[in-house]
Design a binder for this molecule. Structure first.
Ligand SMILES: [Zn+2]
Length: 423
């Protein structure tokens, strides 16, 4: 009878199991270092060969949860500080719809440990604002980092299974992740609208007004030295949430603008890949000085994926940066079961497209179609965004989403992610 060997991805401790005692999807704990491990695949050769052990693919169990602050859309209007809640019977265990003090709505996702499950949960959860609202009026969730004045963000939590993440790992993981935060900011920038003349909403050239205007209050930049000291400050861009009565301790990342699920999940994916690499003990391939970090952060807020980011001492355009990221972490990406829906977000970014770009292009198209004397571009745009989000949450893809806003996304057929081992 062959034995099945599991090697802990962190401490390399080997454990053997009888064939009948292990299957794909099982969760086990390393007997030596206590890391939670997930079985991802089992490879059985066609013929039994006493020379070889059966191979088991494993990865660390990484759990994520997402909080999404958001405005509400009612037909062609953005409502602020108004809160709705779906009917109680459609709320799933672990899912919460709360009243956020500044914006109105905050959605808290159930915890997930699989990226595709995460995308499904977010779409399904946010859809409830529209489909199961306990009101006669049709509402839609208004996913913007800012619309006009108030900032709405997305917070992503990282844990290592049900017990969350211990303080001994948190600081080192946060330092590992910190150098890549500008990448997440650029990818998820989604706040081109801000007050203009006569205090009216205006399309600005900035990708994230939320970061530029409020970045120093609600998502404060910190140095790796400050992270190492683990001072508790809730308003920093990355922080440690110590254990609470109802929640395990987690690392929290607060840099994303409020955004559509595909973008949030792409950010979760970046964080998962970095967490896998950190747990394996892989040295970070990109280490930034604080001044280069600040320059990257500023470029991400100002230009989104049309800007450039530092990789070590080198300033790279987004397409080069993304290739580098996929090449350096290709093994970790391979452990994740990525679908085109998620990979396309990175391919679009290589061509300069994120949700801030889509919104800008949509408003430009609307201004070109409708006479400004008869129509307000704002009302036209909000009505289009309302329909586009509904279509996306109903399960349609990003191409349809953009088309509903008069935007044609570029063809991704020949776009690859990474040069050495392209996806
Ligand atoms: Zn171990």
């Amino acid at each position: 009878m062959p034995r099945f060997y599991v090697v802990c991805p962190r401490c390399q401790y080997g454990m053997d199991f009888a064939q009948t005692k292990i299957k794909v999807g099982d969760r086990i704990q390393c007997l030596k270092c206590k890391l939670n491990i997930k079985v991802t695949h089992i490879y059985i050769p066609e013929k039994y060969d006493a020379e070889f052990d059966e191979e088991i693919g494993v990865e660390p169990l990484i759990t994520n949860g997402v909080e999404i602050e958001s405005f509400l859309i009612k037909r062609d209007e953005i409502l602020k500080r108004s809160f709705i809640q779906p009917l109680e019977d459609v709320v799933e265990p672990g899912e919460t719809f709360t009243d956020d003090m500044t914006i109105g709505n905050e959605y808290i996702s159930p915890i997930f440990d699989d990226i595709n499950e995460g995308l499904f949960l977010l779409k399904n959860g946010l859809r409830k604002y529209n489909v199961f609202a306990d009101e006669r009026v049709a509402y839609q969730i208004g996913l913007f980092g800012t619309w006009f004045k108030d900032p709405a963000g997305v917070h992503i939590h990282i844990g290592l299974g049900e017990e969350g993440i211990g303080k001994e790992h948190a600081a080192a993981l946060m330092i590992y992740i910190h150098d890549y935060l500008p990448f997440i900011m650029a990818l998820c920038a989604n706040s081109p609208i801000f007050p203009g003349r006569n205090n009216q909403p205006k399309l600005t050239s900035n990708a994230s007004n939320r970061l530029l205007i409020y970045g120093n209050q609600q998502c404060k930049s910190i140095t790796k030295e400050q992270i190492r000291l683990m001072k508790d400050d809730h308003w920093t861009e990355i922080n440690y949430n110590a254990v609470r009565k109802d929640k395990p301790p987690t690392v929290e990342i607060r840099v994303l603008d409020s955004n559509i699920p595909e973008y949030i999940i792409a950010a979760v994916e970046i964080l998962r890949v970095l967490t896998i690499a950190y747990l394996k003990g892989k040295p970070s391939p990109n280490v930034l000085s604080f001044s280069n970090y600040q320059k990257s952060r500023q470029s991400a807020a100002r230009y989104g994926v049309r800007g450039s980011l530092y990789w070590n001492g080198k300033n790279l355009k987004m397409d080069k940066y993304i290739d580098k990221f996929f090449d350096e972490f290709h093994e970790e990406f391979e452990e994740e079961d990525l679908t085109a829906e998620i990979l396309d977000i990175f391919k679009l970014a290589k061509l300069g497209w994120n949700n801030a770009t889509i919104i800008k292009e949509s408003i430009e198209a609307i201004k070109a179609i409708y006479s400004s004397k008869k129509f307000s571009w704002r009302k036209q745009f909000i009505a289009r965004y309302n329909d586009a989000i509904a279509s996306l949450l109903d399960g349609n893809n990003l191409i349809d989403y953009a088309r509903l806003m008069y935007v044609e996304l570029p063809d991704l057929k020949n776009i690859q992610l990474g040069k050495k081992h392209p996806f």
